[in-house]
Ligand binder design. Structure first.
Ligand SMILES: [Zn+2]
Length: 78
């Protein structure tokens, strides 16, 4: 299970990581596990409850919301 963790309030700097975070160690964001950080929030925020849409990391969002297939062009029939 994943949850959102705030690295900073900058746009796109809230990332997904394991919701079982201990509260002491750094979290490893799913978008870049090699750059762990100490989150500003004490508890992970549920995937559907993130505070502001523009703070969610776009790369982490692809884990939550897989890309939709491109719309097929409509044919014009006369
Ligand atoms: Zn991320």
């Amino acid at each position: 299970m994943l949850a959102w963790f705030v690295r900073s309030v900058a746009q796109g700097d809230t990332h997904l990581a394991s919701a079982t975070w201990s509260g002491l160690a750094r979290v490893r964001p799913v978008c870049d596990p090699d750059r762990p950080f100490y989150p500003a929030n004490a508890f992970g925020v549920g995937i559907l409850d993130c505070y502001y849409d523009d703070q969610r990391c776009s790369r982490c969002l692809t884990v939550v919301v897989p890309p939709t297939p491109a719309a097929r062009p409509l044919a014009v029939v006369r």
